[in-house]
Design a protein. Structure first.
Length: 309
């Protein structure tokens, strides 16, 4: 019987925030627009009445820019997906729409070797691509990985620690975004336009402009490496600045302790700041509650270096 073990957090992993049209990731800064798919399930089901879209042209090359010290980009142009300097593991995580603890069995090279990918649909399919949700567009990468990386996988049910996000007893402390706010002195995408829907991340800092709970929950999921479920009941969009003490050794915030409860302040060269759990409650009025629950996970059975273009 094949035995699959959970991967350890070996590298400083930048958290993803996907955009409807634009995304930049860098070791110390990140900005994005619009919502990303929730990290709670495998690729979303498509409308059976419509033929699934597929990329007509796909280029995959090893990235030669210098690894994590260089800029990483994941962009969603009108005709496809453009990736620069990203590990395959993170790309698979996005394509499946799962948090790190739900993607198992991937070999170590998927975490260390980085790729540049250019995937485009046929010109006549570009209008259809525009109508897809972000999660549906990302799921189009799964067949690419199956074809070019020989990906084979299956689903299993595992009992995992998950987190439920609720409003803390002290009440909500986030500011709801003003309708129509353009944030003239705030963050803006390189293309210009309103700064609504933008989020920027540095180690231990997260700033947001008119961001939904869906985006915040996804960011928390990727920082913790575990699924976070939104049970706040909040449907608006919010402005906030969140600061906490990141875990230096792994680059992500500390997860649950052996007891399954949220850990305290993670190991750091500077323990004066709060943990992510404490910062959420004190600064945003939100609380993470840990629980064990059955979860669908993706188990990688086979994957190999990509075939030539």
């Amino acid at each position: 019987m094949r035995q699959t073990q959970f991967r350890s957090h070996r590298l400083r992993r930048p958290a993803f925030l996907l955009a409807a049209g634009f995304l930049i990731l860098a070791p110390c800064a990140l900005s994005a627009q619009a919502a990303a798919p929730a990290a709670t399930a495998a690729p979303p089901a498509k409308d059976a009445s419509a033929a699934p879209l597929a990329f007509e042209v796909v280029s995959i090359k090893p990235d030669k820019s210098g690894g994590m010290t260089m800029t990483m980009r994941f962009m969603l142009p009108p005709d496809g997906i453009t990736v620069t300097n990203l590990p395959l593991f993170d790309l698979m995580r996005q394509a499946f729409g799962v948090s790190e603890d739900r993607l198992l069995g991937a070999p170590g090279w998927t975490d260390t070797e980085r790729f540049d990918i250019e995937a485009k649909v046929a010109p006549e399919d570009a209008p259809k691509l525009k109508d897809l949700k972000t999660a549906e567009r990302l799921a189009m990468l799964v067949p690419v990985f199956e074809d070019r990386f020989g990906l084979k996988f299956h689903h299993e049910t595992r009992n995992l620690t998950q987190y439920v996000l609720v409003i803390a007893k002290g009440g909500l402390k986030m500011k709801e975004a003003a309708p129509g706010e353009t944030y003239p002195n705030g963050m803006h995408p390189p293309s210009g336009g309103s700064g609504a829907g933008m989020m920027r991340m540095q180690p231990g800092e997260l700033s947001a402009q008119a961001v939904s709970m869906q985006i915040l929950v996804r960011q928390l999921s990727f920082n913790l490496g575990s699924t976070v479920v939104d049970q706040t009941g909040l449907t608006g969009k919010y402005d906030f600045d969140l600061k906490w003490t990141p875990e230096v050794s792994s680059g992500i915030t500390a997860g649950p302790s052996e007891s399954g409860q949220p850990g305290g302040n993670p190991p750091s060269s500077d323990n004066t700041g709060p943990s992510l759990f404490t910062a959420l409650e004190e600064q945003l009025g939100l609380k993470l509650e840990a629980k064990k629950a059955p979860a669908d996970v993706i188990v990688i059975d086979h994957i190999e270096q990509p075939s030539p273009n």
